[in-house]
Write a protein that binds this ligand. Sequence first.
Ligand code: ZN
Length: 609
Amino acid sequence: MECPLNFYRITPRSPEAHLFEVRLRVERPDPEGQRLYLPAWIRGSYMVRDFARNLISLSASADGAEVAVSKLDKQTWQVAPVAGPLEVIYSIYAWDLSVRAAHLDTTHAFFNGPSVFLGVAGREGQPCEVEISPPEGGAYRDWRLAVAMPPLEVDAAGFGRYRADDYEALLDYPAEMGVFDTAAFEVHEAPHRFVVSGRHKGDLKRVRRDLEAICRETVALFGALPVAAYLFLLRVVGEGYGGLEHRDCSSLMIGRDSLPHAGLEQPDKDYRRLLGLCSHEYFHLWHVKRISPEVFLRRGTEGEVYTRQLWVFEGITSYYDELILVRSGVIEPKAYLEMLAETITRVMRGSGRFKQTLEESSFDAWTKFYKQDENAPNAIVSYYAKGALLALLLDLTIREKSADTTSLDDVMRVLWQRHGETGAGVPEGGFEILARQVTGLDLEDIFASGARSTGELPLAEALRGLGIELLLRPAQSATDLGGVAEEPPEPAPAKPVLGAKWRQHGSALLLEQIFDGGAAQRAGLSPGDEVIAVDGVRVDGARLESALARTPAGEAVMLHLFRRDELLSFEVRPQPAPADTCTLCVPDEITDQQRRRREAWLRGHAESY
Ligand code: ZN
């Protein structure tokens, strides 16, 4: 067996102070002096997070004697030359409860590799060994460890020694320690585990059943399962949402009400959100983690890496994460179309789609999508949501133009064979070339107008071929995101609206976003304004909405607000709500061909696989 040359030991040393202790032994350090570093970002989450800012008190020794260490930049250390093995010890402050970093207290411990494991410059290709221990003391007696890293020698609770093939692999295994619940199932003989930490009363038997169906359907789509085992690590919280893909596992975070309660019949919106999140990260096991943008394979995580393809990876994944729910039979077609209508509404509500293309949104993810501020709806487009709609348009167009003999599924399968099985990265523009080769169709117009221009996607035409009418109407309330109907909705007069998004924060009613060209912007209202009254009468969120709705067309109201600590009044002329809310109308009366095409689109592969 090859000797691991980099050996890490990680222990939650002071859970009450949120400190991990990490010891690193470098068996054969660089004779010129060893450089050590932490990544600036974690793969899958395109923002520089500077994990090194949480590293505290690093020291090094060799043969029992202290060795000098100097800092080269924000994330790099230089250790003086030593003759024998090098020992490094440092602490990591872990108080970021997200799927991207590390979190430690007396109730649990969670870490991602980029937050805790120093890279050994020049030795990245060598295998690493890690010993993971629980905190000391009887209070942690019941703690267990869940991690997807291959074990070498571990105890019944999972603590002990693990091995990663190289440093990149070491960074890709998040770990959860504490007391948690587990559901297990097999997909094509590969054990799958679903681990839930955080307080909950969810029905895990139900989750296991639904998740198994989703995983089977995804495997059937690609035609192969490239892992020997898979781990879903879910943390439930009061409020929160996030997911991060890894090669053999995923980290997920969601509100605890998203777990299904016992006796739940059809999945409700909350549970659908959890299933969609699991489906999304599982899809990434192929698409992103093994089929990757070529530039991601060439570049490390010391600084930003730019690609125009994030929409290909995140958009297509977002399209399939919901489609697979209906194909696996976990949700009904009507529920799927409802989710699709809401995605269309979300895209239609942002005028940023006229200012940024999908390729630009991908390229600028580092500073725009991942650093969204109050102006985001006016300035950027989501490569997830609009990317999913472009994937839908591609799929429906391929089906229509090939007389339903080919679909986006075929493109994904060949993409897997050429770039996933082989590990050859997808060059910029490579997906378009491959889609043309697989389908034999000229799809240039769709890619050019969908990904490189800010024009609207011609979705209504594409859906009509399946007997689905896409209708846009004004929102009926602040929470109206659209949905599904059998009959076209009765035309209703558009309610007067402010053209702003607000939220109630305690007793304060705060304007969060002001939409371009809306009544609020014209009147001079700004994000952060605290609205207190309309026409001299105190309002909260509900009263503001009804006061606006009662305003006769063309008339003005006086809005009183605090901007910082200054009292201001503005005359606002509410405008009719724009037609930005999608209803997908699914009439009973459709042609046989429309019905066949719709069924083929929503039909799963798992049974025939
Ligand atoms: Zn994703």
